[in-house]
Design a protein around this ligand. Structure first.
Ligand code: PGA
Length: 252
């Protein structure tokens, strides 16, 4: 059975104290709910990961970074490596978020090297893919997503790929309040699972968690997660409020 996952991508938000309060609130609330196997992942800014992983040891969530660099160490001022994250016992890392692609010009080849770095250090990558609105309007959204996966992910061996989580995040839905419809999400998720099946076989494909991201909130999570190929969500804005985030977790 593949894992259902709800991951909170905090992006560049919260002071240290606010982050500590929010993580503690989420940890407390998680004590009292039936998770039914759903994995909860918190991805705060790098600076807060040590604090988050300390709390996680006594709690029911895992931690993830929002980014990594592709080298393990060296003269790369300001960067953070997968080795460093592993040293803090961080479990996951988001790779290829559209904001990294857009504002930091991360291309397919760079993202492929980041995927390699995560895998060789046993950090589970959450690889983000998705199209801009003009690409959907032009009817090329499937090709866009196929290329993102082929160029940055499908070089992995089947054994390596088993560590990967995919997040489909249509860029037009991120932070806009306009989510993909459940039908649009299911259609793309089924397409992605088909690509994985073609590359790695049906067994690997059926075990891969494919998350939806983009204006997912407490009001729409259930209808999105109810689809057979939607295995949870990557949640931005709505993960910054413990009550709403918990409602989303309970929608899986
Ligand atoms: P959003 O962001 O939920 O605020 O739309 C999702 C994401 O960027 O991962």
């Amino acid at each position: 059975m593949r894992k259902r996952i709800v991951a909170g991508n905090w992006k560049m938000n919260k002071t240290f104290r606010e982050a500590e309060d929010l993580i503690t609130e989420i940890a407390d609330k998680l004590e009292n709910i039936d998770l039914r196997g759903t994995e909860v992942v918190l991805c705060p800014p790098f600076l807060y990961l040590e604090m988050a992983t300390d709390i996680a040891k006594e709690s029911r969530f895992k931690t993830g970074a929002q980014n990594i660099y592709d080298n393990d160490s060296g003269a790369f001022t300001g960067e953070i490596s997968a080795v460093m994250l592993k040293g803090l016992e961080v479990d996951y890392c988001i790779i290829g978020h559209s904001e990294r692609r857009k504002y930091f010009h991360e291309d397919h080849a760079f993202l492929a090297r980041k995927m390699e770095a995560a895998i060789r250090n046993h950090i589970r990558p959450v690889f983000c893919c998705g199209e801009v609105l003009a690409e959907r309007d032009a009817g090329i959204h499937f090709n866009v997503v196929r290329e993102q996966l082929e160029e940055s992910v499908f070089f992995l061996s089947p054994e390596e790929f088993r560590q990967v989580v995919i997040a489909y995040e249509p860029i037009w839905a991120i932070g806009t309040g306009v989510n993909a419809t459940p039908a649009q999400a299911q259609e793309m998720h089924a397409f992605i699972r088909g690509l994985i099946s073609g590359k790695y076989g049906t067994e690997v494909a059926s075990e891969t968690s494919i998350l939806y991201g983009g204006s997912c909130n407490a009001g729409n999570a259930k209808e999105l997660f109810d689809n057979p190929d939607v295995d949870g969500g990557l949640i931005g804005g709505a993960s910054l409020n413990s009550g709403e985030f918990l409602q989303i977790i309970q929608s899986t």
